[in-house]
Design a protein around this ligand. Structure first.
Ligand SMILES: O=c1ccn([C@H]2C[C@H](O)[C@@H](CO)O2)c(=O)[nH]1
Ligand SMILES: [Zn+2]
Length: 135
């Protein structure tokens, strides 16, 4: 699937966002290496800190369906401004690969692309824990 279509899926997923507190609706569409698409939206909570972002919702849906290899994730909100993932989502994306393309879009479907590794340079990854387990 091309990135323009993936962005369209993110924009559609945004409509399911549960964002009564921020009113900031976000949608994500995660593309697996087998061309499957997993969508997600932000899910807020009266206890604000429990909010789950759209990106993590999509990743957790995919992983719980047994998928762990991803090519790209698109995200979009209602804003004219291109949205970028928060730090928590960058970290969660890194777990599944520094080479995943993050397709960051605005409400018109215009987008820019960065790899996860460029969005979270020197991120904490699984290699540190593997080293520890070898001891
Ligand atoms: O990349 C982002 C940035 C923010 N949000 C959500 C979290 C919260 O519900 C609302 C405002 O921060 O937007 C996302 O889902 N993804
Ligand atoms: Zn986030």
């Amino acid at each position: 699937m091309n990135y323009k279509d993936l962005v369209e899926k993110a924009l559609k997923a945004k409509e399911n966002a549960y964002a009564p507190y921020s009113k900031f609706k976000v949608g994500a569409a995660l593309l697996s290496n087998k061309e499957e698409v997993f969508t997600g939206c932000n899910v807020e909570n009266a206890s604000f800190g429990l909010t789950n972002c759209a990106e993590r919702t999509a990743i957790f849906k995919a992983v719980s369906d047994g998928k762990k290899d991803f090519k790209a994730i698109a995200l979009a909100s209602d804003s004219d401004k291109i949205i970028t993932p928060c730090g928590a989502c960058r970290q969660v994306l890194l777990e599944f690969g520094p080479h995943i393309d993050v397709v960051m879009a605005n409400n018109k479907g215009e987008y820019k692309v960065n790899k996860v590794m460029d969005l979270i340079p020197n991120g904490f990854d699984t290699e540190y824990l593997e080293e520890e387990n070898k001891k």
